[in-house]
Design a protein around this ligand. Structure first.
Ligand SMILES: Nc1ncnc2c1ncn2[C@@H]1O[C@H](COP(=O)(O)OP(=O)(O)OP(=O)(O)O)[C@@H](O)[C@H]1O
Ligand SMILES: [Zn+2]
Ligand SMILES: [Zn+2]
Length: 806
């Protein structure tokens, strides 16, 4: 028997599996989806690999090495995941090993240990340095970074003389937490009788027997009982000796905890609109059809309640459900809402968990103990079986796209899994991605709508404040008079405010404080990005550049300069205006600590603060009844993103954050400060007009040839030397040209925005296309050349449908 193995060797940039011999004693053990340890290369190097297939015949001529060992007793990747990995690697020009690893919790990645083994003890006798290094040991971990250079040189010399051997081991970091536990062995009547026969003085035993009479017939961690009923360890030992209980080590899950207990909730009675959406979903669930629904529901329209009830239906028909939420803030509140409905059958997977917690949640899912999964992007790989429903909440969110290896979009994975399981796929948002809305237009998705808030509350009135006027009148760059007045009103009335400082694209662009002008690219209509090193403005897309202006080209003002103030500065300023206000600041700094976000939101929910000041992380999902004011301090930073989705991102952000106001019985009000008050993204957001924005933006996308009319592929070429990066980039561009049809546009090669990333120069090629077959074939070939490029120390990144151009 032979196994096809994808090996974990970062420098082997290939999707080709390697064939290994399965030794006799492992013949009945090894299955596809298991991790194995295999020798690799010439030395004694050992690496981890994934078996993707077993075969009975080998026709090649190479002499095969044998598999050393298996890591798993059962496959950790099932047939579905192996097929998905295959598809995903091909579709996104990714390496299979990175896809397979992305599907598993971090701790299941191999840890490699290198050691040096002393073969000839006499060889070190003369050297104090080496005697100290080995210190009476025969094998010592070798971590080149922490070992003296002299020692390394000696060891090298000794290796050539066969006096030492270098060994490689594959370690396993996935640790299961074990605790002592016991299980009752007798019936309640028997325990009762034993208790009657006890000596009077045996108080602890009596207590324990009383407990056992009512204890469930299952393994219980002993520590909990010892603490709870006050018996000691000796009592348990005695009980075991007398056959009352059995004792053993059992596995205990590290369950992620929220800061306060979750109270159970009941399904709400759906409104007529919600019910209509719900019924459509249920019908599809019952029919077991792979169909995609786009739920376009205004903020506060009760989308989440619909998700919860649809998930309940999946459970009721004995299926499982998967719900994705964007990274960061949203998670704790959403997790709370899902847990309040479904309790322990919910598993949570997101980046705030510890590695151990993630591993345990993953196993609860894999074993079928958790039937509902809530998590961020990578939770899309949760090993659920028999999936009935997949939900992407805030489906437009950019965090669903993974920007590192392996690049993928959670939406495309969701679609694939929905097809595989014949599951219902529900994409929900108040502001769907243009691509999704266009799919609904063309009938690929079914469009469902919730145009009103749950209790028919009005969407908040949005006031646009022209900061150019404020500045002219000698006002503050951070707070206009209007917004200060509005905050004061809330403080007087005991209501709450949410203030957002938009940090995306921050300080990378310049704008004119007098007329609002932001320089844009002549070719692409995208905002130009400031390059401090060269003192110039650069287009991230096509490479166009011009010197940094000293004077506004539009109005002649000298007040054209970079934008910038951090949340901390804003907080200080705010406190100067309102010394008595209780302000909660939420940004990357204050939320870094585990559970910090959850705690802060709890506090705000309990009205322990008057103002929540934060970055765009506070824009989504918050549902607090006392919030009647939302202030956006700077709407423009997202507009200046060097990305054709800049207007879309701004519209989405403004709509989302506005939606936090007036969600209950008190009316809400929004103030948006901007230097571009007449921009269409701002105007449509003011009217809460998603459909209007969609139509307008689609027209522009067609004119400028952007998604969804054109697809985009971005190639990045990285090298330590600028001329080498440029050379390879132009070679690749020339090589690709014959494969492009006349409707395909190639931009660049141009120097990347972050000219030096990880000490490497970046060159970029952007390709816009409508028909991709020939292009993809060419890119596949380019991928195969990856190994050659690697030898030249060139990194090639192929990014399909990039969401960020930086
Ligand atoms: N049928 C219902 N009856 C009463 N209250 C409801 C109902 N459905 C939802 N709600 C409540 O209305 C509020 C808004 O609902 P929810 O948070 O589900 O909206 P959403 O559309 O997900 O909002 P957003 O997209 O703005 O985050 C919540 O407090 C929720 O508990
Ligand atoms: Zn100007
Ligand atoms: Zn350009």
């Amino acid at each position: 028997m032979y196994a096809q193995v994808i090996v974990d060797v970062p420098t082997m940039q290939t999707n080709q599996p390697y064939t290994y011999l399965i030794p006799e004693h492992l013949a009945d053990v090894i299955e596809p989806g298991m991790r194995v340890i295999v020798p690799f290369g010439n030395g004694k190097r050992r690496v981890q690999g994934f078996v993707i297939e077993t075969i009975s015949a080998y026709t090649g001529s190479n002499e095969l090495k044998a598999i050393d060992d298996v890591v798993d007793l059962a496959p950790v990747l099932n047939t579905e995941m192996l097929a998905l990995a295959d598809w995903l690697a091909r579709k996104n020009f990714a390496f299979k090993i990175s896809v397979l690893q992305a599907m598993l919790p971090n701790v299941m990645r191999a840890k490699y240990v290198k050691t040096v083994q002393l073969l000839d003890e006499t060889a070190i006798l003369d050297s104090q340095l080496l005697t100290n290094f080995f210190a009476d040991r025969h094998e010592v971990p070798l971590d080149a970074e922490h070992v003296d250079v002299d020692v390394l040189q000696d060891l090298n010399r000794m290796q050539r003389k066969n006096q030492v051997a270098i060994n490689y081991y594959v370690g396993n970091r996935a640790k299961i937490k074990m605790v002592s536990a016991f299980k009752p062995q007798l019936t309640a009547t028997e325990y009762d009788k034993l208790r009657h026969d006890l000596r009077k003085s045996a108080k602890q035993q009596a207590r324990f027997l009383t407990y056992l009479m009512h204890a469930p017939q299952q393994w219980t961690a002993q520590k909990e009982v010892i603490d709870e009923i006050g018996v000691d360890y000796a009592t348990l030992k005695k009980a075991e000796a007398q056959g009352w209980i059995e004792r053993s080590e059992i596995e205990q899950y590290r369950l992620p905890q929220l800061t306060s207990p979750v109270e159970a909730t009941q399904p709400l009675t759906l409104t007529a609109e919600q019910n209509q959406v719900y019924q459509t979903l249920i019908e599809n669930l019952q029919a077991h059809q792979a169909q995609t629904f786009l739920l376009e529901g205004v903020t506060g329209s009760g989308k989440t309640e619909v998700y919860l009830q649809a998930m309940a239906q999946a459970l009721a028909q004995n299926q499982t459900a998967l719900m994705l939420v964007p990274e960061i803030t949203l998670t704790p509140q959403m997790v709370r809402r899902v847990k309040s409905r479904f309790g322990e059958t919910v598993a949570v997977l997101h980046s705030a968990l510890s590695d151990g917690e993630r591993y345990d949640e993953w196993r609860r899912i894999e074993r079928g103990e958790a039937k509902i999964v809530v998590g961020a992007r990578s939770a899309i790989f949760a090993p659920l079986n028999n999936v009935g429903l997949i939900i992407l909440d805030e489906e437009h969110d950019a965090s669903y796209k993974q920007e590192d290896n392996p690049r993928y979009h959670a939406r495309e994975v969701a679609q694939w899994r929905s097809d595989y399981h014949q599951a219902t796929l529900l994409l929900g948002s108040a502001t769907p991605a243009l691509e999704s809305r266009a799919h609904a237009q063309q009938g690929q998705y079914t469009l469902l709508r919730l145009p009103h808030r749950v209790q028919e509350q009005q969407l908040p009135a949005v006031n646009i404040i022209d900061m150019r006027e404020t500045i002219k009148a000698g006002g503050d760059e951070l707070f206009s008079e209007d917004i200060l007045t509005a905050i004061k009103q809330r403080l007087d009335r005991g209501e709450q405010s949410v203030l957002m400082l938009n940090r995306r694209g921050f300080a990378n662009y310049v704008n004119c404080r007098d007329c609002g002008y932001t320089p844009t690219c002549v070719n692409c209509d995208l905002a130009l990005t400031m390059h401090k090193v060269t003192n110039s403005l650069v287009c991230h897309y096509c490479g166009y550049h011009e010197p940094l202006p000293v004077q506004c080209p539009q109005c002649g003002s000298k007040r054209i300069r970079p934008f910038g103030a951090g949340t901390q500065k804003v907080e200080t300023e705010l406190q100067k205006y309102f010394p008595q206000a209780r302000v909660l600041r939420m940004d990357l700094d204050t939320t870094r600590k585990k559970g910090a976000t959850d705690k802060m939101l709890e506090a705000f929910g309990q009205h322990e603060a008057d103002i929540l000041l934060g970055t765009q992380m506070i824009a989504k999902g918050l549902d607090f009844p006392d919030v009647t004011l939302v202030g956006v301090l700077n709407a423009d930073t997202t507009l200046a993103l060097p990305d054709y989705r800049a207007a879309e991102r701004t519209f989405q952000l403004l709509t989302q954050v506005s939606g936090r106001a007036g969600r209950a019985d008190k009316a809400g009000e929004v103030f948006v400060q901007t230097y571009n008050p007449e921009h269409y993204a701002v105007r449509f957001a003011q009217k809460h007009d998603y459909e209007g924005f969609y139509k307008y933006e689609m027209q522009l996308r067609r004119d400028w040839q952007y998604s969804p009319y054109f697809y985009t592929i971005q190639l990045k070429i990285l090298h330590e030397a600028q001329n080498e990066a440029a050379k390879v980039a132009f070679e690749i561009a020339d090589w690709l040209k014959p494969f492009l049809d006349e409707k395909t546009v190639m931009l660049g090669p141009s120097m990347g925005s972050v000219a030096r990333l990880n000490n490497k120069y970046v060159y970029r090629i952007v390709i816009k296309y409508r028909q991709g077959e020939r292009l993809f074939a060419a890119l596949d070939e380019l991928m195969q050349a990856g190994q050659r490029l690697q030898r030249q120390k060139v990194t090639l990144v192929i990014d399909r449908d990039p969401v960020n151009f930086v």
